[in-house]
Design a protein around this ligand. Structure first.
Ligand code: HH2
Length: 267
């Protein structure tokens, strides 16, 4: 269970709530008490149309919280960044994994992660956050996402990232229509055949709004349905804002699937 901690002013569902260190720490503590196994710390929003931030600004936001978070929290911390320069600094500061929504687009990223012997989440995205939802098109979304993830996993392995530290993520909502998202979720058993644990992030995303006709603050039940389904279909890790409800849903889905709790952890 990965709990989301966004120290951004503009994230799509929790922007501005945890920009103060005290509020961020308290939220992390609550997520861990509720059952988060990993905290994913992000300082640059990737919502459609988001403004890119400089490496210096991203690092300022991250380092302000990372040190107290590492001192305070007993679970691994991943940092959601696509910049190798940022990754190098946060890994030096002690974080355990990099969650890269561009799956190693930055040519130096794989080497930086390998050198730190850290975990890597490699996510599929079509385009950039600024452009990705402008008429995304695929011939065969599942095959294209699978091939891209396979190629990026190879890149990670060649750079020396340990196989058991790599997770793959089809990138729900990143350059995908509603139908693409549903097809990818339906195809998790096929994506799992790549042989890496799958991480799935559906929490409060707009495809849930399209299905339920709910605003972002009212997508809890939709999130839970998508979390349970993802776990049942093969997700090893789910990335969520509301950890408590997702933990219950995951326990039930995991038990029905017949899986072992704790499988697919970043450590
Ligand atoms: N989704 C978001 C951000 N990072 N990382 C992975 N691996 N998978 C995801 O699905 C994913 C991700 C978007 O969600 P959120 O962090 O809540 O919003 P924002 O990007 O606006 O901060």
């Amino acid at each position: 269970m990965m709990g989301i901690l966004n120290v951004t002013p503009d994230s799509f569902s929790d922007g501005g709530r945890y920009t103060q260190v005290d509020a961020a720490l308290e939220h992390a503590r609550q997520m861990i008490a509720a059952g988060a196994d990993i905290i994913d710390l992000g300082a640059e929003s990737t919502r459609p149309g988001a403004r890119p931030v400089s490496a210096a600004e991203e690092l300022d936001r991250l380092l302000a919280i990372l040190e107290p978070l590492l001192a305070d929290c007993e679970v691994p911390i991943s940092v959601d960044t696509s910049k190798s320069q940022v990754a190098a600094e946060v890994l030096r500061a002690g974080c355990h994994a990099i969650n890269d929504v561009t799956a190693l687009d930055d040519p130096a990223m794989a080497g930086v992660i390998a050198e730190a012997n850290a975990g890597a989440v490699l996510m599929h995205m079509r385009g950039t956050p600024r452009t990705m939802q402008a008429a995304p098109h695929y011939q065969d979304v599942v095959a294209e996402v699978r091939d891209h993830l396979c190629e990026r996993a190879e890149r990670a392995l060649c750079a020396g990232i340990s196989r058991e530290r790599i997770l793959l993520d089809p990138g729900i909502g990143f350059g995908k229509t509603l139908e693409h998202n549903l097809e990818l979720l339906r195809s998790l058993p096929e994506l799992a055949q790549l042989g890496f644990p799958l991480l799935i992030g559906t929490s409060r995303k707009s495809f849930l709004g399209a299905l339920t006709n709910r605003d972002v603050g009212d997508r809890g039940p939709g999130t839970i349905a998508s979390v349970a389904t993802s776990v049942l279909l093969g997700a090893a890790v789910v990335r969520v804002h509301d950890v408590a409800s997702a933990v219950d849903a995951t326990r039930v889905a995991w038990a029905i699937r017949g899986g072992r709790l704790g499988e697919g952890s970043l450590e």
